[in-house]
Design a binder for this molecule. Sequence first.
Ligand code: AMP
Ligand code: MG
Length: 414
Amino acid sequence: MRAEIISIGSELTSGQNLDTNSQWLSRRLAEMGIPVLYHTTVADDLEANLDVFRAAVRRADLVVATGGLGPTQDDLTRDVLAQTAGVELALHEPSLRHIEEMFSRRRRIMTDRNRVQAYFPANADVMPNPHGTAPGIWMTIGDCRIAAMPGVPSEMFAMFEQEVRPRLVAAGLGGGVLVQRKINCFGAGESAVEAKLLDLTCRGHVPDVGITVSDAVISLRIIAHAADLAAAQTQIGPVEQTIRERLGTFVYGEEAEELEDVVVRLLAEKRWTVATAESVTAGQVAQRLGRVPGVSEWFRGGVVAYTNFAKMNLLGVRAEMLATHGAVSAPIAEAMAVGVRQRLGTDFGVSTPGIAGPGGGTEQTPVGMVYVGLSWDGGATTMSWNWAGTRTEIQSRTAKLALNALRLQLMKTV
Ligand code: AMP
Ligand code: MG
């Protein structure tokens, strides 16, 4: 078994863009037990492409190509595959309809060039592209299987997972599967998490359980090598359940899920609204919430109240209170959360006073000291945390801390 990856595009051979698709694809294929022996990068040139594909079909059992499926004249992969196979191009009606729909949804004019993307080598299998117009091509030339996908990385990733991987598995290529499950935690140290899982994270455990920390988020990765997907899931299922049981509410999500995704989901479940009063995070809590599609129903708005002046004028924090407690304190955290909740009429208010440094720390409130305030109908709470790290780290971690505090409160109140 030998695979070849072909990256097509003059922007790659000219050095304008780096070919990152090959790296990504090689990793995915390696996980499936498929060794990659060749990486070939070729310009948008017909003769060069024909050379490359003829050689690849001869020397590899699997060719995974990306690029050259766009609508422009330099997109040659369809023609190259048809010529390499010695077949004609034929119109694929469902793809044409998909492309027409994409254009009408985006209210853009479709040109004749876009029709080209609905033509495929006769006998080829069309792989739908949910994220773009260019469908992919799956075909066999001689004994060589070929998957041709768009060059745009996000489209390629999705198409590989949804279309190519299942076809490779069905074709019996590779030596089994490698399935990963990622479980995301927040609110405890890496070693504290591992201490609860020592029997799972030990070397040689099946399935493999790894732990990594990135910007205060702890991720547990369960990696199962198995003959097929079902066998891998059987390995992963009980281990995942054990981890979730032992870690409880430290676990906030899975795979690419972020704290804000979970917060917005909880808000939506109860139809609750939130407002932010940020200081040390300077808008990062709002920015994270704003990343989640549909959040506008639940996030009314927020204030960046950096100075005492802003805290008093925008949030109604009293001057005496600031003088008595200092801006970075639990009472001010609470007053900010209450203030923004009242002003924006939301169910929840969240605040983030703190000291990001490098200057401005005192013995009582050193750099890295932050507070999160929460206010809701009938209650308020504050918590403090003392981060080590750079200004940037303190800010981004405090934004997560605030979202996590909100998540835990929403779960309690739900
Ligand atoms: P194409 O599918 O050939 O129209 O490629 C569209 C865009 O995807 C190119 O302009 C690049 O920005 C990107 N792209 C294409 N091939 C690759 C690759 N091998 N690695 C990373 N990005 C790529
Ligand atoms: Mg191209």
